[in-house]
Design a protein around this ligand. Sequence first.
Ligand code: UT7
Length: 329
Amino acid sequence: MKPVGVIGIGRYLPDHVMTNHDIQAMGLDTSDEWIRERTGIEERRIAAVGQATSDLAYHASVQALESAGITADDLDLIIVATSTPDYFLFPSTACIVQHRLGCTRPIPAFDMSAACTGFNYALSAGAQYVASGAAKKVLVVAADLLSKFLDWTDRSTCILFGDGAGAVVLGEVDPGLGIIASDLFSRGELAEILYAKEGGSRNPISMDNPTRPLVSMEGRAVFKVAVNTVVPAVESVLAANQIAVSDVKLLVFHQANLRIIDAACERLGFTPDQVVITLPKYGNTSASSIPIALCEAVSEGRLSRGDLVVLVGFGAGFTWGVTLLRWSC
Ligand code: UT7
């Protein structure tokens, strides 16, 4: 098996900033103080009316390709992790991205659905192609545009999410660098603590059911399950690889709630300088929150080649995942 790692990274956030005050001004019974204290979020980015998920994914991908020093025609595979595809049936958002990037080769392109854990899942899948030699360069994009699927009258969900995309290019790296472990999990019996009830084949939109898919969540349950699942998962991947918490340079958590990150870090023993936080600026951007945060850390010079990084995702499914890697850019 070949060693596989990140050889390029990019991110994209829509221009429009929506603050907590803006949400309150929409008539919702909430406040900037409540949202900051309970979530850590101050503002989030919202996609323009005409923007679709592939548009966000495209911009992040262009940056990732540039940073890898390759063109779209050097890619052998595109995977897009998203819960908010351009089209609900087909084609996949990955196919739209393949076209927009100007790939002239008919490379495979597919979407992956693992909600906020989507980046961990897609990274793991993409890495297998490179490790086995089936692909040399894989574009893994995580993009979500949840603002179009929020109930803007539900104060317990609409305040949390923002739109965005993050992308990496995976390729063969020097021995000793790259992805060390990718542990992925699911517990389907918890599906309904975080889901969109309407609009799929279970409850299709029809003349009798003129609705649309909107995020519905049991916040407290998600909070508890998140902390209780990711903490042992991180402990186990570190133990299996004989890595101490202090050896880890950066811990990149899915950005859902500052209190979740704080609670998990306290239990695991990570210190604030090891943790990346983007929640105040971007809120929860679902699958894209990890690559966006990782990309920000890289642009702030917080990572050097060879540094140990832990990526921790969790979300609807219920799914969770931990990726351990040695930075290879
Ligand atoms: O990608 C994964 C996605 N999701 C998550 O990770 C979410 C995890 N859960 C959470 O982040 C938190 O549970 C929330 C931020 C969603 C809620 O915070 P909480 O501290 O768990 O609040 P709560 O649900 O226990 O509600 C406490 C009170 C309730 O009022 P009453 O019943 O005590 O009168 C809520 O109605 O806070 C109320 N509340 C709000 N008040 C002002 C809920 N949302 C708001 C709001 N503004 N936006």
